[in-house]
Design a protein around this ligand. Sequence first.
Ligand SMILES: Nc1ncnc2c1ncn2[C@@H]1O[C@H](COP(=O)(O)OP(=O)(O)OP(=O)(O)O)[C@@H](O)[C@H]1O
Ligand SMILES: [Mg+2]
Length: 234
Amino acid sequence: MNILEIQDLKINLGTHDILHGISLEVPERSIIAVLGANGAGKTTLMRAISGIYRPSHGKVFFDGQDITGLPSHKVVAHGILQTPEGRQIFSNMTVRENLLVGGGPYGLAEAEHVLDLFPVIGQRYRQLAGSLSGGEQQMLCIGRALMRKPRILLMDEPSLGLAPKVVAEIFHLVEQIRTQGLTVLLVEQNARAALRIADYAAVIDGGHITLEGPAAQIAADPRIVEAYLGGHTH
Ligand SMILES: Nc1ncnc2c1ncn2[C@@H]1O[C@H](COP(=O)(O)OP(=O)(O)OP(=O)(O)O)[C@@H](O)[C@H]1O
Ligand SMILES: [Mg+2]
């Protein structure tokens, strides 16, 4: 069953259209990658789903319910959580405070549960979030979203600025999270890493989906190899 279904979504910001009719189906417990270069419209798509931007056309269905145009807090209440581009953690608060602020109605008990997944973050529980490494900050960002017991995570470029080894760790966590029943919509410029864990991928360019298919098929597509994978498949 599709937990999320996007139908012919158009977003107009200011004077022009940024998304020109995006359609995407996200089956429950899948990892779906949305790949694209700078300015392709990836973040705009995330924001349209999470209620930050209101579509000028099209529909978003979650679990069979029409959530098009709902304000962000209502979208969150459905269990749709975003890990934003650039992480947006609160640097001057501790790890603990970040989790509790992010948790809304959920408190310490949930924080402990989340920290089971992230022992590294647990060791830094009382430390200021701004003192964490980039990878640890990304884990905290994911942990903060998990505090709300989401059903789907919308992840906007979690690999940004991280070394390959750290990206592999983070993506391994994403796979683990999926085995616990979550669905993940993974926006990435790092196509190679994203395609390794994704079931299915869509490539977005200029606000259009230009290519989509099973991740293995996309990873082998000469156009993707050329444009995103540095000209060779390994
Ligand atoms: N609030 C806004 N008002 C007007 N134009 C915008 C706004 N936000 C984004 N855009 C434009 O929409 C296009 C898509 O931007 P978006 O941030 O969605 O791209 P992206 O794929 O996330 O890129 P990146 O990989 O750099 O994060 C860009 O041309 C951008 O300049
Ligand atoms: Mg972006």
